[in-house]
Design a protein around this ligand. Structure first.
Ligand SMILES: [Zn+2]
Length: 251
């Protein structure tokens, strides 16, 4: 615990100016749970002895097999080219089925559920109550440390659990979801359309210039906040999430 918090004081707030990336948070949170799970048999940050390496390998195979059987998910499989099969959809389904995920991984269900609440809150598109969010993430961090202190918290998770509230305060103008790259991802198809129909084709740099201009004026956060259809409070949002958001009770 002492270690966890002493780090906080020496950090540079500049590091937060890029905000919270919600898409990556879903994936990083899931990967953390998986990696703790693989090492659960020997409770160490890394497997150094042959016995531990074997334990880790076996657990990983078991976890992958069960996720495939129970949820049809391909977890931590290398992809052709680069990276692995852990994408945003996989991570969402991992957390939506948090009871299953807890059972398969052997990781504390309450911890996975709390991480899910945090992820829902960050991606809801609603303004977040930074103070309540800070309380919730702090208790979550404490739960993590009380259960798995042998597995150092990855920096991407630390950033959300320890500094998330600060970052949200910093960006008080806009709901965090609007600054995330979920929005960027959603623009891939716009990009193709603009390139085809709204850009000069005489040179590559002219094409790119035209496309960038359209992307810029159609994505200005202020402009898009004016005509954004109000986010639906999805049935999926837990009551715990609504508690952390700045929304009217009658919605
Ligand atoms: Zn920190």
């Amino acid at each position: 615990m002492a270690l966890l918090f002493s780090v906080v004081t020496v950090e540079n707030e500049n590091a937060f100016k890029y905000g919270l990336s919600t898409l990556h948070a879903w994936i990083r949170f899931m990967e953390m749970i998986l990696h703790i799970s693989y090492n659960l048999g020997f409770e160490k940050w890394s497997a150094t002895t042959p016995e531990n390496k074997q334990l880790k390998e076996d657990k990983k195979k078991y976890v992958q097999k069960r996720f495939r059987e129970v949820l049809g998910l391909h977890i931590d499989k290398p992809r052709q080219g680069s990276g692995n099969s852990n994408d945003g959809n996989t991570a969402r389904r991992f957390f939506q089925n948090y009871q299953c995920s807890a059972e398969i991984t052997g990781i504390d269900e309450e911890l996975i559920k709390r991480l899910y609440v945090i992820l829902q809150t960050m991606s809801s598109g609603y303004p977040i109550n930074a103070e309540k969010f800070g309380q919730y993430t702090l208790i979550t961090a404490q739960l993590y440390v009380s259960k798995y202190k042998w597995y150092y918290m990855p920096s991407s998770v630390h950033k959300v659990l320890i500094h998330g509230a600060k970052i949200i305060e910093h960006y008080a103008v806009l709901p965090i979801g609007q600054l995330s790259e979920d929005a960027q991802e959603a623009r891939n198809k716009d990009y193709k359309k603009y390139r085809l129909h709204h850009a000069r084709k005489c040179s590559r740099s002219a094409t790119n210039e035209d496309v960038l201009h359209i992307l810029l004026y159609t994505s200005d956060p202020y402009i898009s906040s004016l005509n954004k259809p109000s986010f639906l409070i999805s049935k999926e949002l837990f009551d715990e999430v609504k508690e952390l958001l700045e929304i009217k009770g009658d919605e």
